[in-house]
Design a protein around this ligand. Sequence first.
Ligand SMILES: Cc1cc2nc3c(=O)[nH]c(=O)nc-3n(C[C@H](O)[C@H](O)[C@H](O)COP(=O)(O)OP(=O)(O)OC[C@H]3O[C@@H](n4cnc5c(N)ncnc54)[C@H](O)[C@@H]3O)c2cc1C
Length: 362
Amino acid sequence: MDFRDSPQEAAFRERLRSWLSLHAKEFSSSGDEYWTRQAEWHRALYREGFFGLSWPREYGGQALPAVYDVVVDEELARAGAPPRPSVGYLVYGIGRHGSDALRRRFLPGIIDGTERWCQGFSEPGAGSDLASLTTTATREGDNYVVQGHKIWTSYSDVADWCLLLARTDPAARRHRGLSAFVIAMKQPGVQQRPLRMMNGVSNEFGQVFFDGATVPADRMVGSPGDGWAVAMTVVGHEREPSTLGYAARYNKLVRTLLARHDGSVTEELAWAAIQAEMLTHHVRRRLSEQLDGVSHGPEGSLDKLLMTWVEQSVGHAALAVGGTHDPDLFSAYLYSRAQSVMGGTSQIQKNIIASRILGLGV
Ligand SMILES: Cc1cc2nc3c(=O)[nH]c(=O)nc-3n(C[C@H](O)[C@H](O)[C@H](O)COP(=O)(O)OP(=O)(O)OC[C@H]3O[C@@H](n4cnc5c(N)ncnc54)[C@H](O)[C@@H]3O)c2cc1C
C-alpha cells in the first residue's frame, strides 16, 4: 500500500491542519474540564466536516474511505488536540443489530454528537465474566422494566442514552438469556453516582442504578436473546486500534519525552520509542487489510494487547522522565494503567488469543 496522500487527501489534511492551528488549543484542556468540553469538541469536529467521515451519508456520515479518519487521527495527535470521540462501538453495534427505525432514530445523533451515550455492560459482579450479569429487564405490556446495578460506566453523568445489556430470560443459561436495549438515562428509576479516578478526574465515569426504569419494547437492539451478539460486536470494535490515532499519540508523547529527558532514562525511552513505532507499522497493516475488505474477529484481542503494552511502556517512560511532579506526564502514566482493564483485561485478551487464534484448549 502507498501511504502517501492523494491530492484530495492532501487538500483535506491542509484544511484540517489550518483549522486545528486556530482551534485545537480551545479544547486541549486536561482533567475534569476536558471531559466537560468533550461534547463541544465532538460537535465542532462534526460541524467542520472532520468527524463521521467513513460512515453512511443517510446517518450523517460522508461515506469516505477509512483513510480520511487516519488523516484526522494523525493531525489531531500532531496538533496535541483531544482524540476523535470514540462512538464507533455504538455506530457498529446499533448499525449491525438494530432495526431500521432504531438506526434512523439514533445513529444521526450519535454521529453528530447532539446526543450523549454510555455503555451499560459491566456490573460489580460481572466484568470479565460478563455473561453472569444479573441486571434484569422484565416485559410488562409494551415496555420492559429494568432492575440492577452497572459500574465503570464511562460518561454516565452526561449521557442521554445507554446501550444496556440485561437479562430478559432468567431461565436461559448465561449469555443466551441476554438482550440489549437503548434506554433513556434521564427518567425516574435511573440514578448515576460518579467515581473518582486515581488521576483525579471525577466525571469520566460512574455507577448507575436502575430501579424500575422503563424502556419501550421496540427499543430492544435485535431480538430477545441477541444481547450477547450485540455485546461481541461492540467489544470487537472497542478492541481494534484500526486507526493510527493511538499510535500517533504515543509517538508524539515519545517525541516530547525525548526532547525533555536528561540522559538518565535512556532504556525506558528507547523501549517506548521502539514499541510506539512497532504499533504504527502494525496498525498500518491492519488499515491495509481493512481497505482490502478484510475484517477481523478475535485478532482484535491481539491489537488490544499490543496497544496496551505500548501505552504502558510509554506511560512508564513518562513517569521516568517527569516523575510525579509534571501533572501531564504523571497523568499519562496513571491513565495508562487503565488500558489493561478497560474493554476487557489483558488476561482475557490472552485467553481469547489462546483459545480462538491458537486453538489451545483453555
Ligand atoms: C477506564 C475504564 C472505562 C470503562 N468503561 C466502561 C464502560 O463504559 N462500560 C462498561 O460496561 N464497562 C466499562 N469498564 C469496565 C471494564 O470493562 C471492566 O473493568 C473489565 O471488563 C474487567 O472487569 P472487572 O473490573 O470486573 O474485573 P474482574 O473481571 O473482576 O477481573 C479481576 C482480575 O481477574 C482477572 N481475571 C478474571 N477472569 C479471568 C480469567 N477467566 N482468566 C484469567 N484472568 C481472569 C482479570 O484479568 C483481572 O486482572 C471500564 C473500565 C475502565 C478501567
